[in-house]
Design a protein around this ligand. Structure first.
Ligand SMILES: Nc1ncnc2c1ncn2[C@@H]1O[C@H](COP(=O)(O)OP(=O)(O)OP(=O)(O)O)[C@@H](O)[C@H]1O
Ligand SMILES: [Mg+2]
Length: 361
């Protein structure tokens, strides 16, 4: 965009806007170039004409916490000019950016000659922006606190569940030994597989909350893995009157099998929960395309509630469930993304929902 049509200019009369344009210094910043450091003297106001700028605070040991981002047509650095205080955060170009720099002393002179109503308009705009960024920051902090809390809870749960789970495992092993017929052996193996799944699930939850997912990638046959998944869930599907159909050819995928099955479990589980005892149909289709492996999970349920549609993949977004934590789809997205893949969905009220997953081969 050009400087004359920047939002900041609309707060001034034409002759003052022209004066501002004249004194502005246009500068290009390459991606990752620092515009100003935290603690530096505030000497310029910056109008962003192109690119993006990030504001971050130093946390120590070479780490930064991002506070917010600025987009073209916004301005920043005005508070330091007004109160004479040093910069409260670092500003860095997070992609190639073009900025117009207005010297602080000249800006103060122009403001001095500007009509009161114009100045009030500019100030109310700045206050509104400050409110928005404070709100964003508070949301971020609350989100982080929640994550820490969930992590601590999970740690305790995993710890406390260890001994009852190993008790169940041992007992099923004993039953298998006492009744060495094929059917009992099969059910006992199922018990073992399910307890193993419970610990794996809790540990993956923990990895997600801590943000340190470790991938254990190995080639595996997707069709066979999904057959096992169906078997583990057969009773669950029967009880919920859900018809689960798998359409899949011979696909070998190099990925973390357990984690991918967690994704399928979360998405299929959501569909089953959405049927609310009325039953329904879930169809899982997988095929190989030029881009990689494509997976489609389609249900004929009520559709994703309109109010959460555009925030679905955010953590703690849940709707219409007593015990939903709102982490299922957030975890699914994080697992697909660490695999270098993508996940998205289409959903229509009363018709159903389809999740699409694309994974590189
Ligand atoms: N297939 C679906 N059909 C209808 N609604 C869905 C479907 N999948 C997700 N939703 C809606 O999206 C919300 C968020 O799903 P998500 O899996 O992220 O969290 P959750 O299921 O509420 O909790 P959690 O998975 O942590 O137990 C659900 O509460 C539900 O309202
Ligand atoms: Mg869920």
């Amino acid at each position: 965009m050009d400087l004359e049509s920047h939002k900041f200019m609309s707060f001034f009369a034409p002759e003052q806007a022209a004066e501002l344009c004249k004194i502005a210094i246009i500068e290009k910043y390459h991606s990752q170039k620092v515009i100003f450091e935290e603690g530096e003297i505030s000497d310029f106001l910056y109008l962003l004409l192109a690119g993006q700028v990030e504001f971050r605070k130093y946390k120590g040991s070479n780490q930064y916490q991002t506070l917010t981002k600025a987009l073209p047509n916004s301005f920043f650095g005005e508070l330091g000019i007004l109160d004479g205080q040093p910069r409260s955060a670092q500003a860095i170009a997070c992609e190639d950016a073009i900025l117009a720099k207005i010297p602080g002393d000249k800006l103060m002179e122009i403001l001095d000659r500007t009509k009161g109503t114009k100045v009030i308009n500019l100030f109310s705009y700045m206050i509104q922006r400050l409110r928005e960024s404070t709100d964003d920051y508070v949301k971020q902090v609350v989100h982080k606190e929640k994550m820490v809390l969930v992590g601590e809870m999970l740690n305790t749960i995993i710890h406390d569940f260890k001994s009852p789970l190993s008790g169940i495992n041992l007992s099923s092993g004993m039953i298998k030994e006492l009744h060495p017929d094929e059917e009992t052996a099969e059910w006992c193996d199922l018990i073992k597989a399910q307890t193993h799944r419970m610990t794996a699930m809790a540990e993956e939850f923990l990895e997600f909350v801590r943000g340190n997912a470790v991938l254990n990638k190995q080639p595996f046959n997707l069709g066979q893995a999904l057959q096992r998944f169906e078997k583990l869930n057969r009773v669950y599907f029967q009880e919920a009157q859900v018809e689960f159909v798998i359409n899949i050819g011979d696909i070998v995928l190099n990925a973390d099998e357990n984690k991918l099955l967690r994704v399928v479990q979360n998405l299929v589980g959501n569909a089953v929960e959405a049927f609310k005892e009325r039953g329904g149909r879930v169809e899982l289709t997988a095929w190989v395309s030029e881009e990689g492996v494509q997976i489609k999970i389609k249900d004929n349920g009520p559709g994703i509630p309109e109010v959460i549609k555009n925030r679905l993949f955010e953590a703690f977004v849940t709707h219409g469930k007593h015990s939903g934590t709102g982490l299922g789809t957030a975890i699914a997205k994080s697992i697909i993304e660490v695999h270098g893949g993508e996940i998205w969905f289409q959903s229509r009220c009363h018709e159903g929902t389809t999740f699409y997953i694309s994974l590189p081969l």
